[in-house]
Design a binder for this molecule. Structure first.
Ligand code: ZN
Ligand code: ZN
Length: 305
């Protein structure tokens, strides 16, 4: 008997939600890394596929190995490939343990790997670029777990000045009158690992253009398992989707390998049909996502010609 060849693995999930790409790998208990290249950001880094390297930031949701394990490798490879120092943003409680982990690598490798660890308390913000901020919020999974929101802050003309001519506005501004106000546009929301909670139906989460949300369990007899592991079951997911969320694209991550994928695909297609604000995708459904991407490309070419 000739032994079977090892299985091919590590295919990168990919969804194009204009103008953003969502790419990465996410399987419950194995690894999760979700990247939005346009934001220069990875959410989590369970392992470190090549695709994770170019993003300068990792927003860590919690310290389970399948979400954190790739971090030292990420720092190291970024350094070797001259991509600049990588930065990890995490719950303040995790800063010291992660620094100690990186210190152990210095002892093991007898060399320093440049890196940056930044603590972000729930509710606080980290500036990703000029008008774009990363905000953490507390979730319910293991100790020191967070989800994240990426928000854009835009200044907008106040209502009362809307019909005023430009020269008058300039005068007002020059005289020190505040003619604009800041508005926040939630761009991307990421649940991290968590059981359902109000934080997943808050205004800012529900209104994000793209929602990346875990949905670990789909079988009806896995409800208990979801509860014990502090994860989301599809029944709860569906409720949040249909009653609260407004995203143009909702991406399901962290599906358990125990699930029957054909059944899961059917359930997701059904939910997507019912969801009137946009569509629902599974990050790791490569065939469906490829077909969607091909038709997006075709549409684009048609518009161009
Ligand atoms: Zn996980
Ligand atoms: Zn976890």
């Amino acid at each position: 008997m000739v032994p079977r060849r090892p299985s091919r693995e590590g295919q990168i999930g990919f969804i194009y939600s204009p103008p953003y790409r969502v790419q990465g790998i996410s399987v419950a208990g194995e690894q999760t890394i979700l990247q939005v290249p346009e934001l220069d950001l990875n959410f989590d880094i369970g392992m470190c596929p090549r695709v994770a390297l170019p993003a300068s930031y990792v927003a860590l949701s919690h310290a389970h190995m399948d979400h954190l394990g790739g971090l030292p490798y990420y720092f190291s490879q970024r350094f070797f490939q001259k991509l600049g120092k990588g930065t990890c943003i995490c719950h303040p409680d995790l800063v010291d343990p992660i620094r100690r982990m990186m210190k152990s690598w210095v002892d093991l490798e007898a060399q320093e790997t440049p890196h940056e660890i930044i603590g972000l308390a729930p509710g606080d913000e980290f500036q990703l670029r000029k008008d774009v901020f990363l905000r953490g919020f507390e979730v319910n999974h293991t100790r020191s777990s967070m989800g994240y929101l990426v928000v854009e802050k835009r200044s907008k003309l106040k209502e009362e000045f809307r019909d005023m001519p430009q020269n008058r506005l300039r005068e007002l501004k020059a005289s020190g009158t505040e003619i604009t106000r800041m508005i926040e546009v939630p761009l991307v929301a990421c649940s991290g690992d968590t059981s359902p909670g109000d934080f997943l139906v808050s205004d800012e989460f529900a209104n994000a253009k793209i929602i990346l949300c875990e949905c670990t369990f789909f079988d009806s007899d896995h409800r208990e398992r979801a509860k014990t592991g502090h994860h989301i079951h599809v029944e709860d997911f569906k409720k949040m989707l249909l009653e609260s969320w407004k995203a143009q694209d909702v991406v399901i991550t962290h599906i358990s390998r125990r699930s029957d994928m054909n059944r899961v695909r059917q359930i997701v297609a059904g939910m997507s049909e019912e969801y009137s604000n946009g569509s629902v995708h599974m990050l790791m459904d490569h065939r469906t996502n490829r077909e969607r991407y091909e038709s997006q490309k075709e549409e684009f070419l048609k518009e161009q010609s």
